[in-house]
Design a protein around this ligand. Structure first.
Ligand SMILES: C[S@@+](CC[C@H](N)C(=O)[O-])C[C@H]1O[C@@H](n2cnc3c(N)ncnc32)[C@H](O)[C@@H]1O
Length: 281
């Protein structure tokens, strides 16, 4: 399991950054979250009446279309570790007048649901935040009914490039201590790695898909909206306060130079991966 002090600290840091970004998370610059969530629902196609678990629901990007797909006879349980994100999810669900979603403050590595309960389990852009991804997937499979589908999404290596590499390089230049190995979304390295995670969790009939959900941002200020309202903000805030303005100016000068007549292309290459829990016998 992931119960070591490092894992606990990592989780607390993740929770704190998402509590902080919650208010601005649903903004036009980060509209890839709901785009992708809609596609994920289409990827798993839960039927009317199904019971679905949305792990790391955030502000409910997947929970909302899932609730619409399963209809009034179905039920969506949506969990997240960040109370701030769950508050926004509750507001979004109320705006959509949905009455078939239950929100729970819960750690994705310690699900408080019975075994073999859900017809479908999804997680959009959440798995790579979890310290022990394989152990977490094992628990998600436990709560899935035999024959049920589990699906997750994560970013392709090309996502947010070349802005992301420049951002990370600048963090190092400005003295932020970063892990030696892959961190953040880079912890899931390829479609093959997605398959391996699902197979090791005991799933079969694995399917994967690579989808480009990118779009043109207006300019570098919209890119900063992406940084400021996602987990990237937690990294930026590790730059010493008196140097943050310089960091932002240098980074945004690089980003501005990437613009074309269409604006600033933001690649959001996204991997979709799913598998089925074997039925007994
Ligand atoms: C990038 S957001 C994705 C949210 C949503 N699924 C979406 O697509 O917009 C990642 C979410 O994972 C949640 N998260 C990270 N670690 C978690 C954990 N151990 N248990 C539950 N939620 C977690 C964060 O609080 C955050 O809301």
């Amino acid at each position: 399991m992931s119960a070591g002090p490092d894992a606990a600290q990592q989780k607390q840091a993740v929770q704190q950054v998402f509590d902080k970004v919650a208010a601005g998370y649903d903004n036009p610059a980060t509209r890839f979250f709901p785009f992708c969530a809609d596609r994920l629902v289409n990827f798993v196609k839960p039927g009317p009446g199904a019971r679905v678990l949305d792990v790391a629901t955030g502000t409910g990007a997947a929970a909302v279309p899932l609730a619409q797909a399963v209809g009034p006879q179905g039920r969506v349980h949506a969990i997240d570790i960040s109370p701030g994100m769950l508050d926004r999810a509750a507001a979004n669900i109320a705006t959509m007048a949905l009455e078939n979603v239950d929100l729970h403050a819960m750690d994705a590595e310690r699900l408080d649901f019975r075994s073999d309960y859900f017809h479908t389990v999804v997680c959009s852009y959440g798995l790579f935040f979890i310290p022990d991804m394989q152990a977490a997937l094992g628990d998600w499979v436990r709560v899935l009914r035999p024959g049920g589908k589990l699906a997750f999404t994560c970013f392709e290596q090309s996502a947010f490039q070349p802005m992301l590499d420049n951002f990370v390089e600048n963090l190092r230049v400005f003295g932020v201590q970063l892990p030696d190995g892959p961190f953040g979304s880079r912890r899931i390295s390829s479609l093959d790695h997605c398959c391996e995670l699902l197979e090791t969790a005991g799933l079969e009939a694995i399917e994967t898909e690579l989808v480009q959900v990118g779009y043109h941002l207006k300019d570098e200020t919209e890119w900063w909206d992406v940084v400021h309202n996602t987990a990237m903000r937690g990294l930026f805030e590790q730059v010493p306060g008196e140097r943050q303005a310089d960091f932002r100016a240098e980074h945004l000068a690089f980003v501005a130079a990437q613009k074309t007549a269409d604006g600033l292309w933001m690649d959001v290459g996204t991997r979709f991966a799913a598998g089925i829990k074997p039925t007994a016998g």
